[in-house]
Design a protein around this ligand. Structure first.
Ligand code: CA
Ligand code: CA
Ligand code: CA
Length: 308
């Protein structure tokens, strides 16, 4: 919240006065570009849409390490007539943004290289691609307008773009027909309802979105990049990398955590980032006293703001 507050005159006055009294450094105003702003939707499905998950920025709080988590049903993955907890189960999608990068972490039972020995045309049912929708429009409209961004992160999947990486100007397509999959989200939802499942949260879910959300055209199954402009590569993250970045490794019970990061500069260069002002106060050695005073000042300022 504080990031969005303008630096007001009262804050300057108070901080200057207390700063002189207690030796606190003056606040410095800095501007940063943020890509993951309120309402932006990120989603991914498997190649046959037997599970999927979406994260809506701002729907859940961002934790102290900068991560936001979308928790999917742990029992809505479909493997034939078996529903829940199987190899296709997705558990969570998490996003984090730093000054330079966007981090993505998927927790699921399905490995990055998918599942072999299936009825898919290529024998393998794997991950679809990951989509970012900055447009504020529903998914199909954004796709029709070439305004999605997408990441192909699974080198063995049926994406129509050839290289792993981040793409702009993206349109989406469905790979379910060649992966023994559902022709629509609606058909998947119906299958889960018909064959049932057991365990907690035993119903179809799309993470932060309801399974029947009209964000997606329920009669479609768009899960792969059809076309786009290659922007930048991605770097896969190890468990140690994730741990260092403050990701909660034990939150979800999937067998695999697939994680990567990429530079957000190409997204910002295309005008999809917003400038936010941050106020950085660096306390002098007076330490706790100084922080207490800053907290008091900011609280006073906040109260003042919300009374207006
Ligand atoms: Ca799901
Ligand atoms: Ca799931
Ligand atoms: Ca496949």
């Amino acid at each position: 919240m504080l990031k969005k507050l303008p630096l007001n005159a009262k804050l300057i006055t108070y901080t200057t006065a207390f700063g002189l009294l207690f030796g606190i450094a003056q606040p410095a105003e800095a501007s940063t570009l943020t890509a993951l702003n309120q309402g932006i939707v990120i989603d991914t499905f498997t190649e046959c849409i037997n599970d999927g998950v979406a994260l809506v920025i701002g729907q859940n709080p961002t934790d102290q390490y900068g991560w936001q988590y979308a928790i999917d049903s742990a029992n809505d993955g479909v493997n034939g007539l078996q529903v829940g907890g199987n190899v296709y189960e997705i558990y969570s999608l998490a996003l984090k943004e730093t000054d330079d990068d966007i981090f993505v972490a998927l927790n699921a039972n399905m490995p990055l290289t998918g599942v072999n020995g299936t009825a898919a045309d290529d024998g393998n049912i794997g991950w679809g691609d990951l989509f970012f929708n900055f447009s504020g429009k529903d998914f199909s409209t954004a796709s029709n307008e070439n305004s999605l961004f997408g990441v192909r992160f699974a080198g063995t999947n049926d994406s129509l773009v050839s290289n792993i990486g981040l793409y702009g100007d993206v349109t989406a397509t469905s790979t379910t027909a060649i992966n023994s999959g559902f022709s629509s989200i609606e058909a998947y939802n119906q299958h889960v309802a018909t064959y049932g499942c057991t365990g907690a949260d035993c119903q179809p879910s799309l993470g932060d979105l309801a399974a029947n959300s009209n964000y997606f055209n329920q009669s479609q199954s768009l899960n792969a990049i059809a076309s786009g402009t290659f922007l930048t590569g991605i770097s896969f993250l190890s468990t140690a990398d994730l741990s260092a970045a403050g990701y909660r490794l034990n939150q979800s019970s999937g067998q695999h955590t697939i994680a990567f990061k990429f530079s957000k500069s190409s997204i910002c260069d295309r005008g999809f980032c917003q400038t936010s002002q941050t106020t950085e106060s660096v306390p002098e050695p007076s330490g706790i006293l100084g922080l207490g005073v800053i907290s008091l000042i900011l609280t006073t300022s906040l109260r003042h703001q919300y009374r207006r």
